[in-house]
Design a protein around this ligand. Structure first.
Ligand SMILES: Cc1cc2nc3c(=O)[nH]c(=O)nc-3n(C[C@H](O)[C@H](O)[C@H](O)COP(=O)(O)O)c2cc1C
Length: 205
C-alpha cells in the first residue's frame, strides 16, 4: 500500500540546473500550493505556515533583490564566487517563500503555556513539512526544485516589495523550473542500519 508513496518520495531530489519554463499552468501551481498548505499537519493544528508564491518576473525580481543584498553584505571576492549560485536560482520559473506567522505561534504559546518553548521548534517542523510536501508535489508535476535559505538577509526588502507582514518569519525558499539535462547529483546515503534502532521486532518478520 505504501509503495506508490515511497516511490514518489524516492523520486524527489535536488536540481540546480533549471530554466524559466513550466510544465504546468500557473493555476495548477496555485492549486497544488493550496492542497499542500491545507493538508500538511501542524502542531496543535495551528496552521502557522504561509506561502508567498513568486512566478516569472516576480521570481526574477526576488533573485535580483537577493543579489543586491548579498553584494552589499559580502566582500567583492566573496560575492564573485556566490553570484553564480544566485544567477542559477534566478534562471528558474518560480520561487515559493515559506514563512511562519509568528502571531499564530505567540497566540498558541499563550493558549498552551506548558508548550511555550516547544512551539517555536514545532513552528520550524511545520514549515519543514510544508517544504517537503510542496517540493515533492511540484517535482511530481515535472518541476526541478531546490531548497534555499537566503533569509534573513533579504527579509526587509521582501517585506517592502511584496507587502508581506513583518510578523511573518521567512524560513526557506523553494525554487523551481523545468529541468535542464540530467539531475545535478546522485543521491548518496549512509547505511540506514546506522540510523534506525529496532527493539522487540518479530524474528520471523
Ligand atoms: C532542512 C534543509 C535545508 C536545506 N538547505 C539547503 C540550502 O540552503 N541550499 C541548498 O542548495 N540545498 C539545501 N538543502 C538540500 C539538501 O542539501 C539536499 O536535500 C540533500 O543534499 C539531499 O539531496 P536530495 O535533495 O537530492 O535528496 C536543504 C535540505 C533540507 C532538508
Amino acid at each position: 500500500m505504501a509503495e506508490s508513496f515511497l516511490a514518489q518520495i524516492k523520486s524527489r531530489c535536488t536540481y540546480y540546473s533549471i530554466q524559466r519554463k513550466s510544465p504546468i499552468s500557473d493555476t495548477r501551481i496555485l492549486e497544488i500550493a493550496r492542497e499542500v498548505i491545507k493538508h500538511t499537519p501542524s502542531s496543535f493544528n495551528c496552521q502557522s505556515t504561509r506561502f508567498v508564491i513568486l512566478l516569472q518576473d516576480e521570481h526574477i525580481r526576488f533573485w535580483e533583490i537577493a543579489k543586491e543584498c548579498f553584494k552589499a553584505a559580502m566582500s567583492v571576492d566573496e560575492y564573485k564566487g556566490y553570484e553564480k549560485k544566485l544567477v542559477e536560482r534566478q534562471a528558474g520559473y518560480g520561487t515559493v517563500l515559506l514563512y511562519e506567522d509568528l502571531d499564530v505561534i505567540r497566540e498558541f504559546q499563550v493558549q498552551f503555556p506548558r508548550f511555550k518553548h516547544h512551539l517555536l521548534d514545532f513552528s520550524e517542523h511545520n514549515n519543514a513539512m510544508q517544504a517537503f510536501n510542496l517540493w515533492t508535489a511540484l517535482h511530481l508535476e515535472g518541476f526541478a526544485c531546490n531548497l534555499q535559505h537566503v533569509n534573513p538577509i533579504v527579509d526587509q526588502r521582501v517585506v517592502s516589495e511584496w507587502k508581506v507582514s513583518p510578523n511573518w518569519s521567512l524560513r526557506a525558499q523553494l525554487v523551481f523550473g523545468a529541468p535542464i539535462g540530467e539531475r545535478h547529483h546522485e543521491k548518496t546515503f549512509v547505511p540506514t542500519d546506522h540510523r534506525i534502532l529496532v527493539h522487540g521486532m518479530d524474528r520471523e518478520g
